[in-house]
Ligand binder design. Structure first.
Ligand code: TNX
Length: 544
């Protein structure tokens, strides 16, 4: 699980080389395609099909004789008196204006039959939509999305985007027609938790990158973004109680670059940006292992009272907070309290993985002391599945995140038998940092190669022995960044696997099928081209 440590020098990172190569390759592709086929800057204007949506909706009833065309006079009409509906309306209009050039005013919907344009209403949805689902009706005269909540409307809007031609995603104005296929979709998620994780500790990723990732994951109805905010190589959130954590502990990263961190204001801005997209941030402070950056910043956290140097390699499992010192618990409490105060979401993730420098007894003592601090700060504990170790206190309702590579695990089943919920991130299925194939230059392979079909073809509801579907909160696709440096790197590893995991979290199992999925995925390719997402063109997918 450890990579050969890169030398601490400023040697160019291999993935930087790959990114350049990929960019060159796309230029060549564009050049080769010009004159033959429409290329990314001029993606097909063809209407999408109602059966091309990812994640697959719970129910789709196309009306093949009907289409709606968004015209220059269209308006976005939202549920009168609802700020969430108005917010989703403004978000939708913002997306549509960029490529259509239309004015698309947003206004309260008049009562009565929905008028021409796109209506976002909080009444009249099929009851099956629940609190995250929606009903979408496309007739010749209007598009109407009905839901019970802003989240439901937001999810309906993501579906509508995919029903419009790919060029709707362009950042510049282009010609229509902006046609939507007719019919009805009634949709709701299979699981409440559909997550992505970004490791901003191994390589720091600035707030702008995180925001763009939020935009991308929201398109696939992902509703949690877990930020891995601390590890051996860096501490990425400034906290008033311990300023050296970010100022010193955040000053480097894998390979020896200058690292970075979010100020509290930047973090709060990220949280708000995510919330506007119905994405909840789950902050992680990994403990008691993966803590070299903290140990280097505050000598008192070390059992011998000596601060180690900062670390820029990629080994794991060598560091630990001193579990027998009172000052460690004061530290943890200060950190969790301050983090909880700027985190409106329900979860604080305490890590807990690969604590190889801590004995099982020390580990249990640590987790038993820390879990109540999370509850005391008003949050629910989330941790890597090692927090299910038998000797650990099993506070009800906590969430164990499974990252193993087997389909049975006693730490998880023990935790579940004592009331824990599970988020599934099996490394050999859901890890976005695993290489696609042996020739993928980025990423790792300790859990195997994860091609698109491998990422897609498993059932979270029955994956782990002793973990019934009722104990599964959902799925999460983590992206560890030991080898992931740039935004291009992130996108190359996330697409197209992230939509595969998103579909496992959203779509009913009855819709699951590789052959239909790979075709629906292929229909996303032109969208990603328009958005400038340099995705992996898996040979398993029949890209247009
Ligand atoms: C294991 S998964 C880790 C991370 C590494 C990752 C690389 C987990 C909870 N721990 O520290 O970054 O492998 O794939």
């Amino acid at each position: 699980m450890s990579l050969p440590a890169p030398s601490g020098s400023a040697r160019p990172h291999p993935s930087r080389l790959r990114s350049t190569a990929t960019r060159l390759a796309s230029v060549v592709l564009l050049a080769a395609g010009a004159g033959l086929v429409t290329v990314s800057t001029a993606a097909p204007a063809t209407a999408a099909s109602m059966s091309d949506v990812v994640p697959a909706p719970a129910s789709v009833r196309p009306d093949s004789g009907t289409t709606y065309t968004l015209g220059p006079d269209a308006r976005v009409l939202t549920e009168p008196g609802s700020a969430p509906a108005a917010g989703v309306g403004a978000y939708l209009a913002g997306i549509l204006r960029r490529s259509t050039g239309y004015a698309l005013p947003v206004a309260p919907a008049p009562s009565g039959t929905p008028a021409s344009g796109v209506s976002l209403l909080l009444t009249g949805a099929d009851p099956s939509v629940g609190d995250q689902g929606y009903q979408l009706d496309v007739t010749a005269s209007a598009v109407v999305i009905r839901a019970r909540t802003g989240a439901g409307l937001f999810n309906g809007v993501q579906t509508l985007r995919q029903l419009l031609p790919p060029r709707i995603e362009s950042a510049t104005v282009g010609p229509g027609p902006w046609t939507v296929p007719g019919g009805r979709i009634v949709d709701h998620p299979r699981f409440g938790y559909r997550g992505a994780m970004l490791d901003v500790a191994r390589h720091f990723h600035p707030a702008g990158t995180v925001k763009r990732y939020i935009d991308r994951i929201a398109l696939y109805k992902i509703n949690y973004l877990h930020l891995h905010l601390s590890d051996d190589q860096g501490w990425r959130i400034a906290l008033d109680a311990r300023p050296r954590l970010a100022a010193y502990g955040g000053s480097t990263q894998v390979g020896g670059g200058s690292g970075g961190y979010y100020t509290k204001a930047e973090y709060q801005d990220l949280v708000a940006y995510a919330a506007q997209r119905y994405v909840t941030i789950v902050p992680e402070i990994d403990m008691p292992g993966h803590t070299n950056a903290a140990l280097a910043s505050y000598a008192e956290l070390n059992c011998d009272g000596v601060a180690p140097p900062l670390y820029t390699g990629t080994d794991v499992g060598f560091s630990s907070l001193c579990t027998s010192k009172e000052s460690t618990y004061t530290f943890v409490k200060d950190v969790l309290t301050e983090l909880a105060a700027i985190t409106p979401g329900p979860y604080l993730h305490i890590g807990g993985d690969e604590a190889h420098a801590t004995s099982p007894a020390q580990y249990a003592a640590f987790v038993n002391r820390v879990q109540p601090m999370v509850a005391g700060a008003g949050k629910t504990v989330m941790g890597w599945h090692q927090i299910g170790a038998a000797a650990v206190d099993h506070s009800p309702g906590r969430v164990a995140q499974y990252w193993g590579t087997t389909t049975s695990d006693s730490q998880v089943s023990t935790a579940v038998s004592r009331g824990a919920k599970v988020v599934l991130s099996p490394a050999n299925r859901a890890y976005l940092d695993m290489k696609y194939t042996s020739s993928t230059t980025l990423g790792q392979d300790w859990a195997g190669y994860v091609e698109v079909r491998t990422a897609y073809d498993w059932n979270p509801g029955s994956y782990l022995r002793g973990v019934p579907s009722s104990a599964v909160l959902g799925v999460e696709a983590p992206l560890w960044t030991e080898t992931i440096v740039t935004e291009d790197d992130i996108e190359y590893m996330a697409f197209p696997r992230l939509p595969a995991i998103a579909e496992l979290g959203w779509s009913p199992w009855s819709t699951h099928g590789w052959d239909a999925f790979r075709r629906r995925l292929a229909a996303q390719g032109p969208r990603w081209d328009v958005m400038g997402i340099g995705f992996y063109r898996s040979p398993q997918v029949p890209w247009a």
